[in-house]
Write a protein that binds this ligand. Structure first.
Ligand SMILES: [Zn+2]
Length: 281
């Protein structure tokens, strides 16, 4: 058995069957995704300092944890360090091919109204074919930029912007991305740790679209994928959306538990679970 859980096959089969029924009976689908959904596409999930340093060895030499590196202060103090990290990730997310589970979600979304709510800044749902208008990115997006100095509230796409990185030092090589209005340094439109300067307009508009959508659809099944309790925003959103119907399908290898009678627990990886659910029951 190659699955990463210790649940018996019959238990897993019955949970998959229950999930299929919830999917079948729903009028609309909400996909709530955290970092765990990207693991099967080969993306690091930055969980735990050891895991982060395995993905980015130069930061171990500098003794920098993810939480310390993802601090907007570096854009002002050491922009080449800051853009080294974010520029590397921008290139990584651009060349990453979303795994087969995304295609399953797309297929489901062709037959019923569907929306995405994610804390991921990597744009993988759009890469998988989801329309920009159907996605809420609650922590912003690495594919959009804002002015570091805040000369305006503008947010603009990072399309066409390449940031060369010295892979040994993980430092960006200037010229760095700049603000088209004032010529000063630009930064990703991502909500970082302790970030008071993040421009929320783009994400606020997505939240409004999400609320409108939620008002229009009553019988929603929620498929929550790889969203942990450490950053609980996505999990909370999923539980809230499923509160009325109990139609929550939680796909999570580490924290799969659901409250008794409040959904289905699938302690599987994203691709494995979605591939299994895509098969006709
Ligand atoms: Zn500016």
């Amino acid at each position: 058995m190659n699955s990463s859980n210790d649940r018996s096959e019959p238990g897993r089969e019955s949970e998959l069957r229950r999930a299929s029924v919830l999917l079948r009976d729903a009028d609309a689908l909400l996909f709530c995704a955290g970092a765990g959904i990207g693991v099967d596409s080969g993306l690091p999930d930055f969980r735990g300092t050891e895991g982060f340093w395995r993905a980015y060895p130069p930061y171990q030499r500098l003794g920098l944890r993810f939480e310390e590196l993802a601090d907007p202060v570096h854009f002002a103090r050491d922009p080449e360090l800051a853009w080294g990290f974010y520029g590397h990730r921008l290139a990584l997310y651009r060349r990453t091919v979303p795994h087969s589970g995304f295609a399953v979600l797309r297929r489901w979304a062709r037959h019923r109204p569907a929306r995405v709510f994610t804390s991921n800044v990597d744009g993988q749902f759009q890469r998988a074919g989801f329309a920009e208008a159907d996605v809420t990115e609650c922590h912003g997006s690495i594919h959009h930029l804002q002015c570091l100095a805040g000369c305006s509230t503008d947010i603009w796409p990072a399309d066409g912007i390449e940031v060369p990185i010295d892979e040994q030092s993980m430092r960006a090589v200037p010229p760095l991305p700049s603000c088209p209005r004032c010529g000063g340094l630009a930064r990703p439109n991502i909500l970082m740790f302790g970030d008071r300067d993040w421009r929320p307009a783009r994400t606020d508009a997505q939240h409004r679209a999400h609320r409108d959508w939620s008002r229009r659809h009553r019988k929603v099944a929620v498929i929550e994928i790889g969203a942990g309790t450490a950053v609980p925003t996505v999990r909370r959103q999923a539980e809230l959306a499923a509160a009325a119907t109990g139609a929550l399908i939680r796909i999570n290898t580490r924290e799969p538990d659901v409250r008794h009678g409040h959904g289905v627990s699938l302690p599987l990886r994203a691709a494995e679970a979605l591939d299994a659910l895509s098969l006709p029951a």
